[in-house]
Design a binder for this molecule. Structure first.
Ligand code: NIG
Ligand code: FE
Length: 400
């Protein structure tokens, strides 16, 4: 993760939305075929001046389709009430479920599109979006249809995750075995429709004390795997429950949060292909200790960074703040942060072969910084350093 290839005085050639060539100016000038092709196609030339060009960022964990806000809860937490206390008192995810049920598809789409505008400005060209503010068939499908529409608009790469198991809905809560009963409902009534209508690539679950147990999580993830979904897991966010270990056992593409991951969980992740996704903005907003990024990287785990943008625990998609926290609070090097936010993030949503690095054959998704080297991403602390975001070989301001 610390070993990035830097090309000085580089040229990138894009064609049909893909990267056709990347190399030094010298290599480019020697390539007659490329020169001819560029002339023939009257290619547009973008002079990046002396600025650094990086792969566009990949935000592999968000909940960005939701209705309403929970600013009151943020203030309560700031005054010392915990996330779980708010959840137990009927707030938290349940509140966003009410507000998302009340919102029309059109309203959800409009709000989500504005958030995508902001993400693009911050250099993000790929985003994973979860459902999970419905907790019933109709509303979960409504959220997923909104994600599908966003995808069809093709403004940014999107991967969709079904997260019906985000919380136990009130009809099942307090009932003996309610969690498992709800999981069985999802497996029987909802997942087949999600598959049939091709609405999600992944299934995710909030494996947490007081939410879904490890056994319940395993039940859902096994069923989802059998139906051909990729898997993700919210693991060890509030307590050390064994979510990371389960994530590895089930072959999840990523295990996310990991604030309280055990030593066994770290070892399992390091020995597996499951990506350990850190969400430092959430730890910061919840005033919890950060995930052990150093230990994970030093053990050999592949680490990704993502925002976890959502209306509750983390109403932030500030990439600049995320980078600052990763470097200053989690002791990651700037190169590790870049790997985590680009190629590893792409891999954490199954897009590792398509985006996340500047390589011939991949999608032309890049950022041009306002500075001549990548150190500024951290050094210019908390300030946006992205000058231009390029998605699909087009500058973001030209994207419809
Ligand atoms: O990743 N942990 C569960 N889900 C979200 C929070 C969702 C919410 O509070 O609305 C998270 O932090
Ligand atoms: Fe989350």
């Amino acid at each position: 993760m610390n070993d990035l290839k830097v090309i000085l005085d580089a040229v990138v050639v894009c064609k049909d939305g893909l990267i056709a060539f990347v190399g030094t100016r010298q290599e480019f000038e020697k390539n007659r075929f490329l020169q001819d092709d560029i002339k023939k196609n009257n290619a547009k030339i973008l002079d990046c001046k002396n600025n650094a060009v990086l792969p566009a960022f990949c935000d592999s964990h968000t909940h960005l389709v939701f209705g309403g806000y929970r600013d009151d809860e943020f203030l309560k937490r700031a005054a010392g009430v915990s996330y779980m206390e708010i959840m137990k008192a009927g707030g938290g995810i349940a509140k966003s479920v009410e507000l998302t049920k009340a919102a029309s598809e059109h309203e959800l789409l409009k709000a989500a599109n504005k958030r995508i505008d902001e993400l693009l400005k911050l250099g993000v060209a790929s985003v994973e979006i979860k459902s999970g503010y419905g907790l019933d068939k109709d509303t979960e499908l409504k959220q997923l249809r909104v994600i599908k529409k966003l995808k069809d608009e093709n403004r940014i790469n999107i991967m969709a995750t079904f997260m019906g198991a985000h919380s136990i809905p009130k009809e099942y809560k307090g009932k003996e075995g309610g969690g498992l009963e709800y999981i069985e409902y999802i497996i029987k009534e909802v997942l087949p429709l999600v598959k049939e209508q091709d609405l999600a690539e992944y299934v995710d679950i909030f494996c947490e004390q007081g939410v879904f147990s490890v056994a319940e999580s395993e039940r859902l993830l096994s069923a989802a795997k059998d139906m051909g979904f990729g898997l993700k897991i919210h693991a060890d966010e509030i307590v050390s429950l064994g979510g990371a270990e389960l994530g590895v056992k089930m072959g999840c593409v990523s295990a996310d949060h990991l604030l309280h991951v055990s030593d066994k969980g770290i070892k399992d992740l390091a020995d597996s292909d499951t990506i350990a996704t850190m969400l430092p903005l959430t730890a910061f907003c919840l005033r919890e200790p950060f995930a052990p990024a150093r230990k994970l990287i030093d053990s050999g785990a592949a680490v990704a960074l993502a925002t976890d943008f959502n209306p509750g625990s983390c109403f932030s998609f500030s990439i600049p703040l995320l980078i600052a926290l990763s470097v200053l609070k989690m002791n990651m090097s700037i190169n590790e942060v870049i790997s985590a936010l680009t190629l590893n993030g792409a891999c954490a949503m199954g897009l590792g072969n398509e985006t996340g690095s500047i390589e011939a054959g991949k999608k032309a998704d890049m950022v041009i910084l306002k500075f001549d080297n990548e150190n500024f991403l951290a050094y210019h602390t908390g300030v946006d350093c992205v000058g231009v975001t390029i998605y699909n070989a087009q500058c973001a301001e030209h994207i419809q």
